[in-house]
Write a protein that binds this ligand. Structure first.
Ligand code: FEO
Length: 424
């Protein structure tokens, strides 16, 4: 991070619009799962109109004093008529209760979902009569300027919204279109190269909600955007539409047509038994394709790949089948590594299945099935376990496993008969 002339000053974004956030260059992980190689910023903004000042978002609690100093440099508390909280997460709402106390004449504008969630953050009781729920089509005035609201849920919490200042063409977008990148030069045409951070942030924060990303893009793309002012990272004033277009590309549905289903078989094998079972599963899945419906089957050895590219494939796939030997009563680490990566994508409703060889107990298959169900995949076919070297019947069961999963994808599955012995 390069130091600015005065790291405590509010920064002008447009006439009457200032950045009043905080820099956090020392942060190295965010929400536990996200790495932040050069920290982040908590972006908040002050918008001045002829009849009042709006504060849009606040900062993480520990950065409150910096935030208030910057706010005080551009507005008096009794001028603040409007507070907008685009997202409740504590990195944006940490200074909110104190701001509400210091600006007693201000109304708080939040989404309807946020209003329900607020009490999970602090006791809104003393402020209850100052909270206004707003959604798409609602706006609030500052005299000569208006703030318009867009309800954009699940970017990445249920409460998220965007705020539009038409007079300056500024979209205040909270986490949406943001990134963890700390650089006091602040604007995208002045900071260092943050492309990696932008894409990394999308992949880890927005990607599981990409259908909601597409809904939000539908709302904001028609706007004549000049500046995107996100809740983290650089303010996008140079070619802001490039970033919107990148989100559109990243959130686009898969390449395959709706008529082609995709089934991925992942396996790892110590002595070749689980590998040969995987080949039988893949062959069985292939056998389900007809002119009326095709399943595109891919077979991957986890020993020869990294999790991240596989996650990209999984996002587009319709069914996932995992093969693991059982070692020391467990599935093996590469399988768990890939399964743990699935929180990055939306796998709800995909089909899942498991198989594998074992020596004396065979816990891996039911453990994988359990994990798949907890990730909200459907597991329509009972997994196949084979002790040591699979028999011809066990290979046949693997073939049938693949075929049945594929037939489920094609809507041609035979109704399953449950053997009560399998339920104990
Ligand atoms: Fe930047 Fe979801 O908080």
């Amino acid at each position: 991070m390069r130091a600015s002339a005065n790291p405590e000053s509010a920064l002008a974004v447009a006439p009457g619009v200032h950045w009043i956030g905080a820099f956090d260059p020392d942060l190295r992980s965010f929400d536990i799962i996200l790495r932040t190689a050069n920290g982040t910023s908590y972006n908040a903004y002050a918008v001045r109109g002829s009849e009042g000042v709006a504060v849009i978002d606040t900062v993480k609690l520990g950065f409150s004093e910096t935030f208030f100093r910057r706010l005080e440099s551009v507005a008096e508390y009794d001028e603040i008529t409007t507070i907008v909280l685009n997202h409740l997460e504590p990195d944006h709402s940490g200074a909110l209760p104190e701001l509400l106390r210091r600006a007693p004449g201000a109304k708080l504008h939040v989404s309807p979902q946020a209003r329900l969630m607020l009490k999970g953050l602090f006791d809104p009781g003393e402020f209850a009569d100052r909270i206004v729920s707003v959604g798409t089509g609602d706006s609030t005035g500052l005299g000569d300027r208006r703030l318009e609201f867009f309800n954009t849920p699940y970017l990445h919490w249920p409460d998220t919204q965007c705020t539009w200042l038409a007079a300056e063409g500024i979209l205040f977008s909270a986490d949406f279109l943001g990134c963890h990148y700390c650089d006091t030069r602040l604007f995208n045409d002045a900071v260092g190269d943050f492309r990696f951070s932008f894409e990394y942030y999308y992949a880890h924060i927005m990607r599981p909600f990409r259908a909601h990303v597409r809904d939000a893009l539908d709302l904001i793309e028609p706007l004549p955007i000049k500046v995107i002012a996100p809740g983290h990272g650089p303010i996008l004033r140079n070619d802001p539409r490039d970033y919107v277009a990148r989100y559109r590309a990243l959130s686009a549905p898969g390449l395959h047509g709706a008529s082609t289903k995709t089934l991925l078989v992942f396996y790892i094998s110590a002595y070749g038994a689980t590998r040969r079972m995987a080949e039988a599963v893949a062959a069985g899945a292939e056998s389900a394709s007809t002119a009326a419906g095709e399943v595109r089957v891919s077979l991957y050895d986890l020993e020869g790949g990294h999790a991240q590219p596989f996650v990209d494939l999984i996002e587009e796939a319709d069914a996932l089948v995992f093969g693991s030997p059982t070692i020391n009563g467990d599935a093996v680490k590469p399988v768990w590594d890939l399964l743990s990566s699935l929180t990055m994508v939306d796998v709800k409703g995909k089909l899942g299945a498991a198989f594998g060889s074992y020596g004396w107990s065979g816990e891996a298959v039911p453990m994988i099935e359990d994990r798949l169900r907890r990730l909200k995949l459907r597991v329509p076919v009972l997994g196949v376990k084979a002790r040591l070297t699979p028999t011809a019947d066990e290979f046949s069961a693997c073939h049938d496993l693949g075929r049945q999963v594929a037939l489920h994808l094609l809507g041609r599955a035979v109704p399953r008969t449950i053997d009560m012995a399998n339920l104990v």
